[in-house]
Ligand binder design. Sequence first.
Ligand SMILES: Nc1ncnc2c1ncn2[C@@H]1O[C@H](COP(=O)(O)OP(=O)(O)OP(=O)(O)O)[C@@H](O)[C@H]1O
Ligand code: SF4
Ligand SMILES: [Mg+2]
Length: 347
Amino acid sequence: MALLDIKNLTLYIDIGGDTVKALDKVNLQLDEGEIRALVGESGSGKSLAVRCIIGAIPEYWSIKADRITYQGQDLLNMSYEQRRQIMRREIAVVFQEPTSSLDPSVTIGEQLEESIPPELIKRGWFWQQNKQRKRIAISLIHRVGIKDHDQYLKAYPHEIPIDVSQKIMIAMALASEPKILIADDSTRGMESTTKTQILRLLEKLNKTKKLAILFVSHDLLAITSVAHSMTVLYCGQTVESGKVKSLLKRPLHPYTKALLDSAPSFQLSLPTKSPLIALGGTIPTLQHLPAGCRLGPRCPNARKECVIVPPPRSIQDHTYSCHFPLHVPEKIAKRAPKLSRGLGADD
Ligand SMILES: Nc1ncnc2c1ncn2[C@@H]1O[C@H](COP(=O)(O)OP(=O)(O)OP(=O)(O)O)[C@@H](O)[C@H]1O
Ligand code: SF4
Ligand SMILES: [Mg+2]
């Protein structure tokens, strides 16, 4: 059973009086001990998907899905309190902007201590409990690779560099000993050495703590260096998913191929200073969504059939949603088993 299992998730948002499907039957699975990348251009719906998982959407938006489960438990239909408990202890999120997630008026040490759930502190006199909290805070800060705990625990957020802030955010996320860590673009805007440090840290936590990680990013190079599997989103639709190795070697969806072609190091034969090969145009806004496959207006392979949303199909563990996938002869593509586009929303 997948640790996190999302099937046919559709998110309806009201924009200027119209209701639009910001996410359209998104599928995503995260297995125990796995690092899965959720990748797509800016505006493809990655953060909206994260918000649906953690239940952080406004009341006036609505969700339909065949299932959103954590360890087999139905997140959509459980009580508010049950869901809050899961989010408090089992699923932790690190957002993109560490500085805006930290309270500027409270020291790092106090914020770290506050993030430790009370049930992890043994009973005792208050000074014994305070001592325990301090000890745990120090061990958390060491776990994310910060050795000089004295210097940082006493500091305020504005006094520490951005890479240390991001590590502190990860330390706070680890305080509840979660099973899943969702990192929503947590390396965006970082220079490459810092980014590599954060990626290595996530990799180490995955290996040593068996932490399952949903690594959300538009940075394909960063993703492919750490993730085992990958789900590609385009404009609110899942276009392809599978093992990273298999998607890199043989992308079946034109969008995945365009993403790979746009990442310089995947183009080993590309002469220096040559333009990047990518799709023309830009991702449409939610007010101007095309019918059917949303890549249609930008897709070099589009035909008239593409005005119908392609159902997800699967060849071994590799799933794609395209009427005319790359590398797959048309006859075989049509015969590949369809995964149901189920009750998540009307078409
Ligand atoms: N609160 C909101 N109200 C209306 N539209 C929104 C809202 N939040 C996001 N959107 C729209 O939903 C779409 C997906 O946004 P989302 O933030 O999920 O993209 P993303 O893939 O996370 O992009 P990025 O890589 O820039 O973080 C975009 O078209 C965005 O404009
Ligand atoms: S379904 Fe059609 S428009 Fe969409 S990616 Fe495939 S070929 Fe392109
Ligand atoms: Mg985002």
